[in-house]
Structure formats: structure tokens, C-alpha cells
Design a protein around this ligand. Structure first.
Ligand SMILES: Cc1ncc(COP(=O)(O)O)c(C=O)c1O
Length: 404
């Protein structure tokens, strides 16, 4: 399907192993991706050579660590076309990025204010808003989907109004693979006077991201879903909003001056980065971005789109397989059900054949409820996924009947 894949696969050591006596077929990339050598080496290099705390000490290692850490921030800023690196805040991941906005910006919510979230959302883009809304009597309103699993644009427009303070939507759904028209959703929200937060957890590995082109106010993503390490993520926010928002966590680094008479806070982005950050994580994430940017991104995207289509078509052609959702644009993840086999059993039996997929509600219980399902089986792709991976999944599903 794509001649890029063999060279890419060589760079991911974890792909080359046997699981349960079978070659590993890793189709759980929406949960987390494997890591290329460049990321492993960058993190090892940091710990072996430059490890020191950033921003605080006046010695050579600390200066090197600080330079690498801040260079990583600039790499992220370029990757998402942020106006300035100071708009890039390090977090533990998408979940923490959204919680930061919900806790800090959420302080300004008032009773009766409305936050719109789509029915597709991951719990990380629902529960923080529910918690923020509960504190002040605001309301979280779900945006319904149409039958194919796309956001119902007419219903969305009808929900937008003078009480809407924020729209929080995913760029790509982790459960159905739906690619949302985020620029259009943002334009409509802006016309209604609302702010927009985009959950980019499932987009960052696949799509070019340009926060200025989208026009959103906040964009969140995780390192580990885009070939980087766990425990590091990004919140991008518009400078003028971040300036006005109160700090979230208190501690070292986020202060300018502390006294028992009162404390003043550091400038952006440090105001939101209390405590020692995940330095090696930030450097690893920058290495993942460099790895991605060194590829022909257009060719990679074309490969992933074609493979997503192939995966959906091959599954659909199997007797007893039902795809869940048929979104206008699907990327990376395909959810399905088997007529006679519970998803949990299917997951275990596929694993016995070396095939790693995810089963369950995919942290999207409201979506499952709206579909009348308890869970699905999800196969999800990365840049290194191949037609052979998909074929191996299809063969393994074909053998499931033999187990009963
Ligand atoms: C769409 C989406 N949003 C948010 C998250 C949460 O990401 P993390 O666990 O890295 O914070 C995930 C993880 O699966 C996701 O798929």
C-alpha cells in the first residue's frame, strides 16, 4: 500500500516481537503509539548527559537542560503554528490540559452559562466540564450526532446561543474515527460569541495542526499518542486568554515572588507550570515531532487515509461483522461488532493470535449510550501500520468461530 512503511517500521523496536507465540500485530494505536528510536535515544541522551533541574541552577548541566527543554517548547509551537512559544504549556497530557482550562478559565463561569460538548467526546472532554459546571451552576449540553456518527450541524447551530460560553470538541474521535470539521465548528461558535477548545489527542499523530487556521482558543494533545513519551502533553491557548486566567496549581516555578503578605505569579507559560516539569518527556516529545516532520507528511496522511478505508472495507466484507458509525471522514480508528462474540472475548481471542485491539467503551460512555451499545472492538492505525496488519486482523477474526 505504501512503500514508506517498511522503513518506518524499522525505527520502532517494539513492533518486532512475538506475542503469545505469534508476530505482534499492533492495532491499538489510538490508546498509545509505539516509540521510534529517535525518541528513545533523545530521552536516554538527556538522562545520560544533561540531567539537571531547569530554570533554577547556575551550572552547566542546568543551562543545557533548560536550553533543550525550551527548544522543545519552540518545536511544539512550530508544529501547531502557535503565535509564540509562551502560549505552549506543558502538561501531563490531554486530560490534564483540559482540566487546567476547566479549573482556571472555568472559574469565570456563572450560573446558567452553557458549555457544549459533542456526544462523541472522550470522558476527558466531558467530566472536567461537568465538575466546573457543578461548582457554579453552569450547564453542560451534549451536541447530538446524526445516524452516521457525525456531529449534527443543524442541531449544533440550534444549541449555540447567547448563553454558550465554550464549545469543547474533539478533532478526531477515538471511538469511531470521525474527523470533525473543527474550523467550521469554531467559526460557528465564534459567531455566537463562544470560545472553543479542541481535544487534539487523536489528531496530532495524523493531521497537520494549525491552531491559527482552525481559529480555536485552546488546543490540547498528548505526547504518547503521537510517538512521544507518556506523562507529557500540551495545552496551547491564546495569549490574551491565558494572561487573564488565574493559575491552577501552586508551587515552585509558577511564582514571581512569594510572601505571607501575598504572592505574585510568573509570566506565561510558567504561571501554569508548577513544580519540576517532565523535562525528558518534553525533549522526547520534541524528538517525536522532529521524527514526524522529517517524513513526507502528505504521503503519510494519504497512506493512513487509504489504510483506514481498506480496514473498514475488509471488515465490512466479513460475514457477521458490523461497523459502528459511518462518518463522512474517518481516520485512524474503526469500531466494529461481531454478531456472535462479545467484544471482551474477541479481544482476548485476538490477542491469543498476536493481534492487539482495544475493546470496551473507549472512555466514551455517553457515545455508547447514544448508540445503544455497551462497547465495541476498535482497531486503530499509526504511520507504521501496514496492509499486512489489516490482513492479519481479518484472518484472525475469521478464525474466531473455531474457538467456539
Ligand atoms: C480523544 C481523546 N481525548 C482525550 C484522551 C485522554 O488522553 P490522555 O489519557 O493522554 O490524557 C484520549 C485518550 O485516549 C482521547 O482519545
Amino acid at each position: 500500500m505504501s512503500e514508506l512503511v517498511p522503513t518506518l517500521r524499522e525505527q520502532f523496536p517494539a513492533l518486532h516481537q512475538q506475542v503469545n507465540g505469534q508476530p505482534l500485530i499492533y492495532l491499538d494505536n489510538a490508546a498509545t503509539t509505539q516509540k521510534p528510536l529517535a525518541v528513545l535515544q533523545a530521552m536516554e541522551h538527556f538522562y545520560r548527559n544533561d540531567n539537571a533541574n531547569v530554570h533554577r541552577a547556575s551550572h552547566a548541566l542546568s543551562a543545557r537542560a533548560t536550553a533543550a527543554f525550551e527548544a522543545a517548547r519552540s518545536t511544539v509551537a512550530r508544529f501547531i503554528n502557535a503565535g509564540d512559544p509562551s502560549e505552549v504549556i506543558w502538561t501531563r497530557g490531554t486530560t490534564e490540559s483540559i482540566n487546567l482550562v476547566a479549573a482556571s478559565w472555568g472559574d469565570s463561569l456563572q450560573a446558567g452559562d452553557e458549555i457544549l460538548v459533542s456526544t462523541l467526546e472522550h470522558h476527558a472532554n466531558i467530566v472536567p466540564w461537568q465538575l466546573a459546571a457543578e461548582r457554579c451552576g453552569a450547564i453542560v449540553r451534549p451536541i447530538p450526532l446524526n445516524a452516521s456518527g457525525d456531529i449534527d450541524l443543524a442541531a449544533y447551530q440550534a444549541l449555540l446561543g447567547p448563553r454558550t460560553r465554550l464549545v469543547a470538541v474533539g478533532h478526531v474521535s477515538n471511538a469511531l474515527g470521525t474527523v470533525n470539521p473543527v474550523a467550521e465548528l469554531t467559526r460557528l461558535a465564534k459567531a455566537a460569541g463562544a470560545l472553543v477548545l479542541i481535544d487534539g489527542a487523536q489528531a496530532a499523530a495524523h493531521l497537520p495542526i494549525d491552531v491559527q487556521l482552525i481559529g480555536c482558543d485552546f488546543y490540547a494533545f498528548s505526547g504518547h499518542k503521537m510517538y512521544g513519551p507518556t506523562g507529557i502533553g500540551v495545552l496551547w491557548g491564546r495569549r490574551e486568554l491565558l494572561e487573564k486566567m488565574p493559575p491552577w496549581q501552586g508551587g515552585g516555578e509558577m511564582i514571581e515572588r512569594v510572601s505571607f503578605a501575598g504572592t505574585t505569579f510568573n509570566q506565561l507559560p510558567f504561571k501554569f507550570e508548577a513544580g519540576t516539569p517532565h523535562m525528558a518527556g518534553a525533549i522526547g516529545l520534541a524528538a517525536a515531532i522532529d521524527f514526524l516532520q522529517a517524513q513526507d507528511r502528505q504521503a503519510l496522511l494519504a497512506h493512513e487515509q487509504a489504510l483506514t478505508r481498506y480496514l473498514a472495507e475488509q471488515l465490512q466484507a466479513l460475514p457477521g461483522v458490523n461497523l459502528v458509525g459511518n462518518p463522512a471522514q474517518r481516520l485512524g480508528a474503526v469500531s466494529f461488532l461481531l454478531a456472535d462474540i462479545h467484544p471482551q472475548d474477541a479481544g482476548t481471542l485476538l490477542d491469543m493470535q498476536g493481534v492487539a485491539v482495544r475493546v470496551g467503551h473507549h472512555c466514551a460512555m455517553p457515545l455508547m449510550e447514544s448508540l445503544g451499545l455497551k462497547g465495541t472492538i476498535r482497531a486503530s492505525l499509526a504511520c507504521y501500520s501496514s496492509q499486512q496488519d489489516v490482513d492479519a486482523l481479518i484472518t484472525a477474526i475469521g478464525k474466531l468461530e473455531d474457538f467456539f
